[in-house]
Design a protein around this ligand. Structure first.
Ligand SMILES: [Zn+2]
Length: 351
């Protein structure tokens, strides 16, 4: 395939499916793009629209240069409408309000837009971001549009949660699932878009496989700093004595109620470190993520059996499951650190 003519990071198989639909110039009327946040679902929906609206497409790829492409990139193409929670709140003049779902009124205005003929091209694209926030009655209101779409309409539902979409809607859509992307692939993508190698590496390392996050982080040093500090905390935690590990576990369990996201990120980072130690232990040092902490990772890999590292990694996942299931966090965290192998003795730097 041509080297990333869609300038999209990762998920090649999904991109290729949309690309071939764009090449045939006969898109289905309804798509459902799903996957966890920050994988680029909405960006991919827009790229699909761009490819079909492009005035001089190259084998299914948009040219990125014609007036139509530029309008899509500027967010001002008249044949693309985007609905989202943010847009709904802006329209209602209630930004900052507690509205956390897409209302039936929004669903009705989506349906009202559907019959409008395209102004420029052959198709009109309606993108519904945050579709998982459409309550069932709002989804029902969309059903007729999906069942009997006008010939020029392409509806793209973008949802972080496939299960939140009614089966009657799902069955009428072509589902495109996006998954996490490998760290080297994200790093290479960022470099290709002109990000300096050091920033590209850091943004990729802390992205958890989410290119959208990495792209934001590449432009926001603060995000990278925050993530680096979280991994530092995880390293210090793992490297401490059993007594200190338990003390940290208790401190984190107290912090959970106030700083939940950050605390969970520290716990998740320990999983990444154990995973890296397993990779080194099994002879895959080149695949580790937290290269900045290779020294600590290699020490654990050198002194622990693979099974011990696996137990440590599993204990982190079990702890995170328990916390999400509202098991008492103090118990869950204590059980976790007691499953970790002891910190290997640090050899003298002179030796
Ligand atoms: Zn173009």
């Amino acid at each position: 395939m041509s080297e990333n003519g869609w300038r999209f990071c990762g998920n090649r198989r999904s991109v290729e499916r949309l690309r071939s639909a764009a090449r045939r110039r006969s898109p289905r009327h309804a798509f459902l793009l799903t996957g966890v946040p920050s994988l680029g679902k909405r960006a991919l929906a827009l790229r699909f629209a761009q490819a079909l609206l492009c005035e001089q497409p190259i084998d299914g790829d948009p040219c990125f240069e014609c007036e139509s492409c530029r309008r899509v990139l500027r967010g001002s193409h008249p044949d693309i409408s985007i609905f989202s929670l943010e847009q709904q709140q802006a329209l209602a003049g209630e930004r900052g309000s507690k509205a956390t779902t897409l209302t039936i009124e929004t669903a009705r205005s989506i349906s009202a837009q559907a019959p409008l003929r395209p102004m420029n091209g052959n198709w009109r694209f309606v993108i519904v971001d945050d579709a998982e926030l459409l309550l069932p009655d709002a989804q029902e209101a969309l059903l007729k549009t999906i069942e009997e779409p006008p010939p020029f309409l392409v509806l793209l539902l973008v949802s972080a949660d496939l299960e939140a979409i009614l089966p009657t809607i799902r069955s009428r859509c072509e589902t495109i699932e996006l998954g996490v992307v490998s760290i080297p692939e994200i790093e290479a993508f960022l470099q290709k878009t002109g990000v300096d190698p050091e920033t590209a590496e850091a943004a990729a390392v802390f992205s958890n496989g989410a290119p959208g996050w990495a792209i934001r982080a590449a432009n926001d040093p603060l995000l990278i700093e925050e993530s680096a500090s979280i991994v530092e905390q995880a390293v210090t935690w793992i490297e401490s004595s059993t007594f200190d590990r338990v003390a940290t576990a208790f401190a984190l369990s107290d912090a959970l109620s106030k700083q939940r996201a950050e605390t969970i990120a520290v716990i998740e980072a320990t999983a990444g470190l154990w995973r890296d130690a397993m990779l080194v232990r099994s002879g895959n040092s080149d695949r580790i993520v937290f290269r900045a902490h290779a020294d600590m990772i290699e020490r654990f890999a050198g002194s622990c059996e693979l099974s011990e590292l696996l137990t440590a990694l599993s204990s982190v996942w079990a702890c995170l499951d328990d916390i999400r299931a509202n098991v008492r966090p103090r118990l869950a965290l204590e059980a976790m650190v007691l499953s970790w192998p002891n910190t290997p003795v640090r050899h003298s730097a002179v030796a």
